[in-house]
Design a protein around this ligand. Structure first.
Ligand code: G
Ligand code: G
Ligand code: MN
Ligand code: NA
Length: 262
């Protein structure tokens, strides 16, 4: 595969870049942080989204150095935001959310690399949230959970991404070192209509109640309208992300959101 073969040189030539999508506090509309989303500026094919190359990078193992670059770059960015704007409206640090794929989870250097990246940038661990998909943790044994526990002990937050699509055993949530559930976009779709889809409302209510009883925060993805945002806020969701607030974009736009909301 041509794209696969081109990946290592692309990383060396600096063809990857990161877009940031703001995460918004549903309570007061202030910016909570941002998710880092990697793109490849390919010299022939133009800008490629992660769906085009992350699976290839996973397959070849290049995801480890690529993921480390994404982590370094986004932690550097978060440090810059912190220096420029200080804390969030509610007092905590602006968050940077970084996606981890299964190969990265299994890589023995994950915990030490993450600690080193944070240390070198001078970013407090509580400003970093690592997103792991629910499906990557299905049937997770202690070997897989141990590095996540170590990261959580360091103070790094772990989010379960695409939550609700992976058929996970809800009882298992208790033994997972997770502090955030990211509700999949599928659930926010039913909130687009007014009144909202009653079944989706029940599901979201149930998930929020379970999450809060376990001391987990709930983030909703794919919020595209104000009606959805209002309904999800009423259902008790904590933070939201989606085109209604901002599309993924350059880091300055997250700063503009911070300024605009203060
Ligand atoms: O960028 P887009 O909005 O198209 O994201 C598509 C998917 O790609 C997301 O669900 C996300 O999980 C994944 N993704 C984006 N950036 C990264 C990254 O840096 N590392 C990994 N492993 N996955 C990513
Ligand atoms: O990590 P994850 O796969 O959840 O990444 C989020 C994905 O959802 C990215 O591909 C991002 O571009 C996309 N996205 C973000 N906000 C919205 C939205 O409001 N609507 C839709 N349809 N997609 C979104
Ligand atoms: Mn994600
Ligand atoms: Na997701």
């Amino acid at each position: 595969h041509g794209l696969t073969n081109a990946l290592p040189a692309a990383l060396e030539r600096g063809e990857f870049f990161i877009e940031y999508q703001p995460l918004v506090d549903l309570g007061d509309g202030s910016v909570h942080g941002a998710e880092a989303l990697v793109r490849w500026s390919h010299p022939q094919h133009g800008v490629l989204g992660p769906d085009r190359f992350i699976p290839l990078a996973e397959h070849t193992g290049l995801i480890v150095p690529l993921g480390r670059w994404v982590l370094e770059e986004s932690v550097r960015q978060a440090t810059a935001w912190q220096e420029k704007h200080g804390d969030r409206a509610d007092g905590g640090p602006l968050r940077i959310n970084v996606n981890l794929s299964p190969t990265q989870l299994h890589h023995p250097g994950l915990v030490a690399d993450t600690a080193e990246v944070l240390e070198r940038a001078g970013l407090e661990p509580g400003a970093l949230c690592l997103e792991v998909t629910e499906s990557a943790l299905i049937g997770a044994d202690d070997d897989l959970l141990k590095p996540l526990r170590q990261l959580a002990e360091m103070g790094v937050d772990i989010a379960l991404d695409d939550f609700g699509t992976g058929y996970s055993n809800l009882a298992n949530l208790r033994r997972m070192p997770v502090s955030v559930l990211k509700l999949d976009r599928a659930f926010t779709l039913g909130m687009q209509q007014s009144p909202p889809d009653p079944v989706d409302v029940k599901i979201v209510e149930g998930i929020v109640s379970l999450a809060h009883s376990l001391d987990l925060a709930v983030t909703v993805e794919g919020v595209e309208t104000g009606v959805q945002a209002e309904q999800l806020r009423e259902l008790g969701c904590d933070t939201a992300q989606g085109w209604y607030y901002a599309r993924p974009g350059p880091p300055e736009r997250v700063l503009a959101g911070v300024l605009g909301s203060s």
